[in-house]
Every structure is written in C-alpha cells, then in structure tokens.
Design a protein around this ligand. Structure first.
Ligand code: PEP
Length: 253
C-alpha cells in the first residue's frame, strides 16, 4: 500500500474552498483505494470542517504540533487538539518549520507527544544542500538518530519518515532530485535505522519521498526510488493533477 500525503501548507484561504478541493480528492482517492492510502495535511483552521464533511476516501492530518502542552504558546496548537478533531496523522519537522528555528529536540518532543495521542507522525528529514564530499549524509543521519534514539522503543514502528531534500522542495527548488539520489538516501536512512534498532524494523519503516513530486515523476520515485509513499506539496492543491498522480502511482502496484 502506497502512503500518499498531501501537504496543503497555508492554502486554501477559505474553508469552503478546502472542502470542495477535499471532496474532489476524496473521489479520486476512492478509485485508487486498493493501492493508495491518501492523507491530506491541511491548515489547522480547516481541519474540523474537513473532518466533519469528508468521511470517506481520505484521512486528515495536521502540519505540526507544539512540543509540549504548556498553554503559554501563543499561535500554536497541541496534539490533544488534533486528536479531539479526529486527525490521524501529523507532519513534524518540515523544513519550512525547521527554517523558523525549530530544533531537533523540539521535533523529537512533538513526535513523542503525537505518538502519545495515537496519531501517526510523518517526520521530515533532509539535507539543505548537497556537497561533493558526502557531508550531507551526516546531517540526515543526525536528524534520523535524534528521532529513533529518543522515541520509546515500543512506538518506533509507528513512525513514518519523509525524506525531503530541502533543495528540491517548493517553487524555489534548485532542481528535482533524481530517482537515484532518492534511492541512495532512502537506503542510507534504512541503514541508520537498522544500526539503532534492527534490520526488520528498518525494513518495515515507511519512508516517503518528497520534493517537487508531480504526475510525471511520481511513478519513478515509487517504482525505482525506494520510497513507499510520497509527500506532495503544490500538486496536492490541484485536484486534477493530484488525481493524475494517483493514477500513475497506482500502476506501480
Ligand atoms: C513539501 O512541502 O513537503 C513539498 C514537498 O512541496 P512541493 O511538492 O511543492 O515541492
């Protein structure tokens, strides 16, 4: 089963637009439900409306959560709130959140708090840039180790990782990553997990690829890029393109 996660980031502006878009995505998701598990991570403010109005086809998630339940955190939301609305997934450590200063320690604490509420964390890791000496491997290793060494052992198998090279994300991406780059890094991440846990856990960890994924390149990231799923930004805001993407990856199963 492919895990397909749409990250709507800070769009759309109105809840009515969000519901219309999710209804269209839900229709396509139902068509491909045998091979694809579709999740939409929407802005918090839309989540209650989405979860109330769309009961089939897709699950919903948040895009981050506070690292503690201390109420003195203006502008934040916590995992209990996500749980009470019925969110079943939550992105943690997205590069756009890390860019605002969120640390590996906070990302670990958020992951633990999400797991405590029985929500599935989608933990994003990825290097800011590639160098010719392989230093980028160390930065990803550190991010993965922080999570896998810090989360209670009995919760590890619930973690979903998303490998997102920061240089390949969004409209300002330097370029798309190649399938070979994705495959190598996902293999490397599995090795890091195996060294901390064991081979079986590493093999069973769900690792997604994200970064300028579209209806043209999605199939290859799944069939040859080593990913069990995809984290998709811009294309998840376009129901037609997202549906074509679903169609293409369903053919890989
Ligand atoms: C993302 O935001 O996680 C992402 C991968 O964005 P995009 O698909 O637009 O590059």
């Amino acid at each position: 089963m492919i895990l397909l996660v749409g990250n709507w980031k800070m769009a759309p502006n109105k809840s009515t637009e969000a519901i219309n878009l999710a209804k269209k995505i839900s229709l396509s998701a139902k068509t491909y439900k045998k091979s694809i598990n579709t999740v939409i991570c929407a802005p918090y403010i839309h989540l209650p409306f989405l979860i109330k109005n769309i009961k089939t086809g897709i699950s919903f998630g948040g895009q981050n959560t506070a690292s503690s339940e201390d109420v003195a955190q203006t502008g934040f939301i916590n995992s209990s709130m996500l749980k009470s609305y019925g969110a079943t997934y939550c992105i943690v450590g997205h590069s756009e959140v890390r860019a605002h200063g969120e640390t590996d320690e906070q990302i670990l604490a958020s992951t633990i708090s999400i797991l405590q509420k029985n929500i599935i964390p989608i933990v994003c890791v990825g290097e800011k840039e590639r160098d010719g000496h392989g230093w980028y491997l160390s930065s990803v290793k550190e991010q993965v180790e922080k999570i896998f060494l810090g989360v209670p052992k009995n919760q590890i198998k619930k973690i979903v990782l998303a490998y997102e090279p920061v240089w390949a994300i969004g409209k300002n991406a330097a370029r798309e990553a190649t399938v070979a780059e994705s495959r190598e890094m996902i293999m490397f991440i599995r090795k890091v997990i195996a060294d901390i846990t064991d081979e079986k856990t590493a093999k069973n960890t769900n690792i997604l690829y994200g970064g300028s994924v579209n209806e043209q390149n999605a199939f290859n990231f799944i069939s040859e890029g080593g990913a069990q799923g995809l984290l998709v930004g811009r294309v998840s805001l376009d129901a037609k393109r997202f549906s074509s993407l679903m169609k293409s990856i369903s053919l890989s199963q």
